[in-house]
Ligand binder design. Structure first.
Ligand SMILES: [Zn+2]
Length: 270
């Protein structure tokens, strides 16, 4: 029997999440996919196996390979290459003014920022082999507006810096910030650029982050439910004012967190 994907060709724009889904068939007991050089598992949900792939915002437009590997109880293996068509997105440039210490870093701050950046890279390189979530992802501040500035190229005090890897949601200091989905807290502390930060591992390499909080209400290792309060919005770290920076990462891919959302929040339920 021929194995077929639900979608004949997968499409994904720069900075978007792509849902990879394979129908279950008798005897299929393990499935994984190699995407962007890293193997990640698919998990069974009813009659399908699924995982989420991230198309980093700087991925070259064009056709990219996802190598699917299936193994069966009788020892049979099957492998197939799927193509993901990546389309370009023209992200605008924004200019921001922040406290000078966040642009011209002191040697101590530079050392701290480098150390934290290595710690964060280590977190993102971990692929938890199960999905902690089963419901659609949701916005961390229900009913909020704005937050469509993912991917913007940025100038801080006139100097070019990394593109914006999340979405900024309007929020007064003290606004409750809720987990976008079920997952495990893997970081909850003050970071140089991010201020008070909470990172949640949803499994399968999918992470969401909540930055610049005035207060953190969870601890590392804690399993949080979708909608559970993680902390309160604030203006800590490199900011121009109070807001929530909401970010999403799938292994090494920076993706727009809004592309994770379910249909109730205007997304397409990846
Ligand atoms: Zn931001």
């Amino acid at each position: 029997m021929m194995l077929a994907l639900i979608a004949a060709a997968l499409a994904g724009a720069q900075g978007q999440v792509v849902r990879l889904e394979v129908p279950h068939e008798p005897g299929l007991h393990e499935a994984s996919v190699v995407w962007n050089g890293r193997e990640r598992p698919l998990v069974r949900q009813g009659q399908h196996w699924m995982t989420l792939l991230g198309v980093d915002l700087d991925t070259e437009p064009g056709s990219h390979e996802a190598r699917l590997q299936l193994s069966f109880e009788d020892g049979r293996n099957a492998s197939r290459v799927e193509s993901v068509q990546v389309s370009p997105v023209n992200y605008p440039t924004t200019e921001l003014t922040v406290a000078p210490r966040y642009v011209e870093l002191s040697p101590e701050d530079q050392e701290r920022a480098n150390r934290e950046s290595r710690e964060i890279a280590e977190i993102y390189s971990t692929i938890t082999p199960e999905a902690h979530w089963s419901e659609p992802f949701t916005v961390p501040i229900p009913g909020t507006t704005g937050g469509r500035n993912f991917g913007h190229r940025r100038m801080f005090n006139g100097q070019p810096r990394a593109p914006h890897s999340g979405a900024d949601l309007r929020a007064a200091t003290g606004t409750p910030i809720r987990a976008a989905n079920r997952g495990r807290v893997v970081l909850a502390k003050d970071l140089f650029f991010s201020g008070n930060a909470v990172f949640v591992d949803h499994g399968l390499g999918v992470y969401t982050v909540y930055l610049h909080l005035s207060e953190i209400g969870v601890r590392p290792g804690e399993l949080v439910e979708r909608g559970q309060v993680l902390g309160l919005a604030g203006a800590t770290g490199r900011v121009t004012g109070p807001h929530l920076h909401w970010g999403a990462r799938i292994v090494d891919a920076r993706v727009d967190p809004f592309s994770l959302l379910g249909p109730d929040d205007g997304g397409e339920a990846p």
